[in-house]
Design a protein around this ligand. Structure first.
Ligand SMILES: *[C@@H]1O[C@H](CO)[C@@H](O)[C@H](O)[C@H]1NC(C)=O
Ligand SMILES: *[C@@H]1O[C@H](CO)[C@@H](O)[C@H](O)[C@H]1NC(C)=O
Ligand SMILES: *[C@@H]1O[C@H](CO)[C@@H](O)[C@H](O)[C@H]1NC(C)=O
Ligand SMILES: *[C@@H]1O[C@H](CO)[C@@H](O)[C@H](O)[C@H]1NC(C)=O
Length: 367
């Protein structure tokens, strides 16, 4: 009969690889390579068992002594409980050094933890794809990805590479598995997903989604013309048109559109003689001795002439435009002067506006 077991643990030898599994209830089951180690354990079994013991049994008998009683002994057998100690050994299976039992399995111990990975061997983390370092806390260096960060990224045009799987994340304006394709003109954005909405001939800058406007237009989509008085690229130029004679200044190239009767880059010149009107494109149709208005084309007499078709010279004593000017007091021809200029006609030797200076030699001829 077994009364109790006293175990004395003695670590003897250890070897890994036993094909067993310790279940939570302590039952050991076979399972290959589960980091179980076996060792021989020595212990002493203490057995208590009934035992027939021989002993000398005393017995009182009559005898010739005084008093007449004597003690005699004889061999007898009695049952007693006797403890016997039996040295024993057994094979014990437990997790190998560096492993600890967890959920019925022996799991490796990484005391610092494996943040982005698993502890696969004692003090050894196996990192998830894209992570490295003893604790799997360091992401792959730029340009590398995958298991152990050993794969080289092949993304182009500045794309970022997924450190886990190497997929390329294209910057705006590029597409393709390696971002090797440039987006066509009308589209922009990541993988060319977005279309440009540039107006008025604006060209899409697929890199940053902006419209590059042609001269004369501004705005996010080039939707606005330059404000009055400005023109050109980004409307940075100021119009230099003569305000008084300009209809408008081109917002594109700054060209001045002149009112009728004016010409020139800045509309600062009147039409040439004998032309008039819009862009000075009309020819004057006036009689001789008349000039035409550069704006209306209306004819008017030249200075010194008058009459319905300007056919008459100014009458004596008058000169100039519409013959409205009175002649000066000419010394040698009183009341008369040049019909256009109003100058006195001075005889040789005289000077001055009235011919009143100098020496006139033949005075009597004018008497
Ligand atoms: C002891 O002896 C008795 C009688 O001889 C026998 O019946 C009994 O089984 C013995 N016990 C043991 C433990 O040997
Ligand atoms: C032996 O031990 C058992 C259990 O302790 C007890 O019941 C029994 O009486 C004992 N026998 C003797 C002879 O002492
Ligand atoms: C790993 O973790 C331990 C403890 O937290 C720390 O001392 C050690 O510096 C870490 N190693 C790295 C490379 O992060
Ligand atoms: C030009 O002539 C027309 C008639 O021929 C006249 O009606 C108009 O008022 C004139 N314009 C000017 C500015 O003189």
């Amino acid at each position: 009969m077994i009364k109790g077991i006293c175990l004395i643990f003695m670590f003897a030898l250890q070897h890994e690889g036993a094909s067993i599994l310790i279940k939570d209830d302590g039952i050991i089951e076979g399972d290959a390579n589960n980091h179980m180690c076996s060792r021989i354990e020595r212990y002493v079994e203490e057995n208590v068992m009934l035992y027939n013991e021989t002993f000398l049994e005393p017995k009182t008998v009559w005898c010739l002594n005084i008093p007449p009683k004597c003690t005699r002994y004889r061999e007898a057998i009695r049952e007693i409980n006797k403890t016997i100690y039996v040295p024993k050994t057994k094979t014990v299976f437990e997790c190998c050094e560096g492993y600890v039992k967890k959920n019925g399995k022996c799991s490796a111990i990484c005391s610092n933890g494996c943040v982005h990975g698993k502890c696969t061997k004692p003090k050894t983390c196996t990192c998830e794809d894209g992570w490295q370092g003893p604790n799997c806390t360091i992401e792959c260096d730029d340009g590398w990805y995958g298991e152990g960060c050993k794969m080289y990224c092949t993304c182009q045009n500045g794309a970022t590479c997924d450190k886990k799987n190497g997929f390329c994340d294209c910057p705006p304006g590029f597409a393709g598995a390696f971002c090797e394709t440039v987006c066509p003109q009308e589209s922009y954005g990541k993988n060319c997903e977005n279309e440009c909405h540039c107006k008025n001939g604006g060209v899409c800058n697929f890199m940053d989604r902006s419209c590059v406007c042609p001269p004369g237009y501004v705005g996010r989509y080039c939707e606005n013309q330059c404000q009055d008085g400005t023109y050109g690229e980004k409307c940075l130029n100021k119009c230099s048109c003569n305000d008084l004679a300009t209809i408008f200044c081109s917002h594109i190239d700054g060209k001045c559109m002149c009112v009728p009767g004016w010409k020139g880059d800045a509309c600062s010149s009147k039409c040439d003689l004998n032309t008039w009107g819009s862009q000075c494109s009309k020819k004057c149709d006036c009689p001789p001795n008349a000039v035409c208005d550069h704006v209306t084309g209306n004819c008017s007499c030249q200075p010194g002439w008058y009459g319905t078709i300007c056919e008459k010279k100014c009458p004596d004593g008058y000169f100039g435009k519409d013959c409205k000017m009175k002649c000066p007091d000419c010394m040698y021809l009183p009341g008369n002067c040049h019909y256009i200029t109003g100058q006195c006609s001075c005889p040789a030797g005289s000077r001055g506006s009235n011919c009143d200076l100098g020496n006139v030699l033949i005075i009597h001829e004018f008497e």
